[in-house]
Ligand binder design. Structure first.
Ligand code: ADP
Ligand code: MG
Length: 228
């Protein structure tokens, strides 16, 4: 994607001089600037402890931004609480609800949003197809493989159609073979749904496979950018 295309219209997600500090004074994010076009997938890489998760937590509103701004679709959401940002998150361990089936995990965000039952069922059915788990709809999530569980986590966070999806090393716990295959699947699912996403990984090959562009975090700032 060219710079010109990126600057036309409002960015789906924009970080302007973002600084995030923890209550104990740790300040891992020190002036991050980043803009994602609608539907763009960016990989965020960097050493362990470089602040990748903290950037995502700042975007989601889970940590306080003490300087700079987070904009979604051109609107400043820096002061908007987590649950009203429309930002979805997927974590390394999936964090599925253990006592819910696959389908009821996927339905969770739709129940919380009080979507009517028929719409909810239709949306869950579409998500099950998208992540190729139709046959496993009623299975308890404890009986899924690691790859299946992460696909449920992805479907659950995509079901409410978030404005931006944040993926925090969602494939890191899987073995290399599966990681490669799932990286391709995740890319095609994000493309099919037109989802704008920031994908954190420490695996350069995974970043290449999954994202349109890779940015590197070092010393609290973005150091370089390389296209796909
Ligand atoms: P990464 O995801 O790149 O591994 P993190 O964003 O988790 O890095 O952490 C960046 C830095 O912030 C690290 O030095 C870490 O120890 C520190 N940190 C993370 N969470 C907290 C917290 N809740 N309170 C204080 N410091 C934290
Ligand atoms: Mg992390």
């Amino acid at each position: 994607m060219s710079q010109q295309q990126r600057t036309q219209g409002a960015a789906a997600l924009e970080l302007r001089d973002l600084w995030v500090r923890y209550p104990d004074g740790t300040q891992p994010v020190r002036g991050v600037d980043l803009a994602l076009a609608p539907g763009e997938i960016v990989a965020l890489v960097g050493a362990s402890g470089s602040g990748k998760s903290t950037v995502l937590r700042g975007i989601a509103g889970l940590e306080q931004v003490h300087r700079g701004a987070v904009l979604l679709g051109g609107h400043d959401v820096t002061a908007v609480p987590v649950h009203r940002r429309g930002v979805g998150m997927v974590f390394q361990d999936g964090q599925l609800f253990p006592h819910r089936s696959v389908a009821r995990n996927i339905a969770y965000g739709l129940e919380a949003a009080r979507l009517p039952r028929n719409e909810r069922q239709a949306r869950v059915a579409r998500m099950l197809e998208l992540v190729d788990l139709v046959e496993h709809a009623d299975r308890p999530v404890q009986r899924l493989s690691g790859g299946q569980a992460q696909r449920v986590a992805l479907a659950r966070s995509l079901a409410p159609a978030p404005r931006v999806l944040l993926l925090d090393e969602p494939l890191s716990a899987l073995d290399a073979d599966l990681r490669g295959r799932l990286a391709r699947q995740v890319r095609s699912i994000l493309q099919d749904t037109g989802t704008t996403a920031v994908h954190v990984t420490h695996d350069a090959a995974e970043a290449q496979t999954l994202a349109d562009r890779t940015v590197r975090l070092a010393e609290g700032r973005l150091a370089e950018s390389s296209p796909r």
